[in-house]
Design a protein around this ligand. Structure first.
Ligand SMILES: Nc1ncnc2c1ncn2[C@@H]1O[C@H](COP(=O)(O)OP(=O)(O)OP(=O)(O)O)[C@@H](O)[C@H]1O
Ligand SMILES: [Mg+2]
Length: 253
């Protein structure tokens, strides 16, 4: 088995001191693994992802990244967050900066890397997602799908060791979903380590090494994608997958 990157040990998380939003959750992510987290709305997927790079404090248990404690209040958290990049549903690009400037901002400002080098790499990354010709445009001149690809490039420009994706296609029109998912599939093929929250079940099946099905702040079931989708073990997962089939059928008819 390859190297352990993220080790989550019996964590609990509450926002109000009463209900556990994450409830005794444990898992390990190895180098090169693509983990897809699915589950009903409100089950704690986003919260979980945010705890992984210390954006949310936890109440008990611990998270380690390559042995190092992930603690939202500790001094090392800024450097840890550079290793564990995150892309959200809303891309939050700076409107008054060009696409190239948006991508170059953190590597030059936070990581203090050489401007020329960063620029060269930023252009190469934009080329990889088919957006080299947009480098001097402003975010308002791009489509949602293009902006989301820029957001992914912006995360990649920081040289993260792990990437976390939280429903990055949820706000996009259907025809733009594909172009963003293709970029993530490419990253998976190149061996990137990723934890992905998505409602796109076909994509989950294609990209994942392992599916984590969550409900009520727990991991209810985890397994290889084919096993999970073809023969879910728990009643809860079966019900969840049936709802999806129903919704898809409804959308088509
Ligand atoms: N900042 C917050 N303060 C209080 N409660 C919160 C906060 N953020 C989330 N919650 C609650 O925690 C629970 C889990 O939310 P979370 O956003 O992690 O769910 P999710 O699985 O990502 O859902 P979705 O699929 O709709 O994005 C929900 O009940 C939500 O209302
Ligand atoms: Mg969410």
């Amino acid at each position: 088995m390859s190297q352990e990157f993220i080790k989550v040990n019996h964590i609990t998380k509450t926002y109000d001191g009463e209900k556990n939003i994450l409830d005794d959750l444990s898992l390990t992510v190895h180098k090169g693994e693509v983990l897809v987290v699915i589950g009903p709305s409100g089950c704690g997927k986003s919260t979980f992802l945010r705890t992984l790079n210390g954006l949310e404090p936890i109440q008990s248990g611990e998270i380690r990244y390559r042995g190092e404690l992930v603690d939202s209040k500790s001094k090392n958290i800024t450097s840890l967050r550079q290793k564990i990049g995150m892309v959200f549903q809303s891309y939050e690009l700076f409107p008054h900066k060009t696409i190239l400037q948006n991508v170059m901002l953190s590597p030059t400002l936070v990581q203090k890397r050489d401007k020329k080098e960063v620029e060269k790499e930023a252009i190469e990354l934009l080329r990889r997602v088919g957006l080299e010709d947009k480098k001097d445009s402003y975010p308002r001149q791009l489509s949602g799908g293009q902006k989301q690809r820029v957001a992914i490039v912006r995360a990649l420009a920081m040289h993260p060791e792990v990437l976390l994706f939280d429903e990055v296609t949820a706000a996009l029109d259907p025809e733009m979903v594909r172009e963003v998912l293709d970029v993530i599939l490419d990253l998976a093929e190149q061996g990137s380590t990723m934890v992905i929250v998505t409602h796109e079940m076909d994509f989950a099946k294609a990209v994942a090494n392992r599916i984590i099905f969550m409900d009520g702040g727990h991991i209810v079931e985890s397994g290889k994608p084919l096993e999970f989708f073809e023969a879910p073990k728990t009643e809860r997962a079966k019900r969840f997958l049936n709802t999806f089939t129903y919704e898809t059928v409804r959308k088509i008819s």
